[in-house]
Design a protein around this ligand. Structure first.
Ligand code: PEP
Ligand code: MN
Length: 354
């Protein structure tokens, strides 16, 4: 449930409500909105709901209590009507600008990474990607350079001035990855690794949460809720394709998820046409479609020589292909931007809640 404070509620009244929630063994999360402060009551409420609603509703400064039947609270639009805008170094995600995350699937060597970032950084990328710890379906495939890859990524950031994103695969890696990377990526295979979600929730870095390839939108949102409930509000959602009966493409890009996630949550959404399609020539059309659907950005894999790539070469863009894709998506973004509204301008009314 959410406690909606009166517009003129004082800080002491807000603190009074939070103290009462804590006294009940629950956790208050406060969001100071443009018109109201809303306090989400999080925890195991169970049968205490009616009693709690009248208890909290009677406190000074409270305007109303909104029961919320959705299982996710902190990621919901009802709690946080304005779009979340995430700032990392000079990159801004979710403010209506186009985020372009680009780089190799795996960091293979310093030379390969630098060659790639030198190209993408001056041709439209706003964030550098590259895997140091790789979740491979086969134990016999290249597993990534680990710590060495992280150091190269940090050097790539210094070289380009762009933030870097890389995957973290287990809770024990969170500290070291957070030391080198600016954004922590949770891969599709780990979307429901709850101890990892809680660990990145406690890390002081934004997190990009890829959708599990077999996960419903609600399961994906619940995974994000884990991260926010652990204290990290800076979560970026990434649609990277889901498993369907179709086998031609590696996955099926679920573009419906983009407006749905934007409707239900305040979090930015990125589309990854590389892992969604698995084919180089399909990346550009699906990047265009992702941007047209209103996504806050795209993530693409780029390699200086895709035929030599140690992982995901079939879906890696050459430098020329990256440039061609950028030439297509930038004007599309300019055209569609007004149709997707200004961030924060269109709060979804609480009445829209189920
Ligand atoms: C990746 O982006 O490097 C990756 C492994 O993606 P996914 O988790 O979506 O398969
Ligand atoms: Mn990959």
């Amino acid at each position: 449930m959410f406690v909606v404070m009166a517009t003129q509620a004082t800080e002491a009244e807000v603190n009074g409500v939070k103290g009462r929630i804590l006294a009940e063994g629950l956790t208050p999360f406060e969001h100071v909105g443009t018109s109201h402060t809303v306090i989400a009551v999080v925890g195991e409420i169970g049968a205490r709901r009616p009693e709690l609603m009248s208890l909290l509703g009677a406190l000074s400064g409270v305007e109303k209590i909104t029961p919320i039947s959705r299982p996710y609270k902190l990621v919901s639009r009802e709690f946080h009507p304005e779009d979340s805008v995430i700032r990392v170094l000079d990159a801004v995600i979710g403010d209506g600008s186009l985020t372009v995350m680009a780089g190799p699937c795996s960091v293979e060597s310093r030379e390969q990474l630098f060659e790639t970032v030198d190209h993408v950084a001056v041709n439209g990328a706003t964030i550098i990607r590259g895997g140091a710890f790789k979740p491979r379906s086969s134990p016999y495939c290249v597993q990534g350079l680990g710590g060495e890859g992280l150091r190269y990524l940090a050097e790539a950031r210094d070289r380009t001035g762009l933030p870097v994103i890389t995957e973290v695969m287990e809770p024990a890696q969170v500290d070291i990855v957070a030391e080198y990377a600016d954004i922590l990526q949770i891969g599709t295979r780990n979307m429901q690794n709850f101890s990892l979600l809680l660990a990145v929730g406690r890390a002081g870095r934004p997190v990009m949460l890829k959708r599990g390839y077999g996960a419903t939108i609600e399961e994906w949102l619940m995974a994000a809720e884990y991260i926010l409930s652990a204290g990290n509000p800076n979560v970026i959602m990434c649609e990277r394709g889901i498993r369907t009966f179709e086998t031609y493409s590696r996955n099926t890009l679920d573009l419906t998820a983009v407006p749905v996630v934007q409707h239900l949550t305040h979090l930015p959404v990125i589309v990854d046409p590389s892992h969604a399609t698995g084919k180089q020539w399909l990346v550009k059309p699906l990047a265009i479609a992702g941007v047209a659907s209103g996504a806050d950005g795209i993530m693409v894999e780029v390699h200086p020589r895709p035929e030599e790539a140690l992982s995901d070469g079939e879906q890696a863009l050459t430098f020329d292909m990256f440039d061609e894709m950028m030439a297509a998506v930038v004007p599309i973004h300019e055209v569609v931007r007004p149709f997707h509204g200004d961030p924060g301008a269109e709060p979804v009314p609480a009445a829209a809640a189920r």
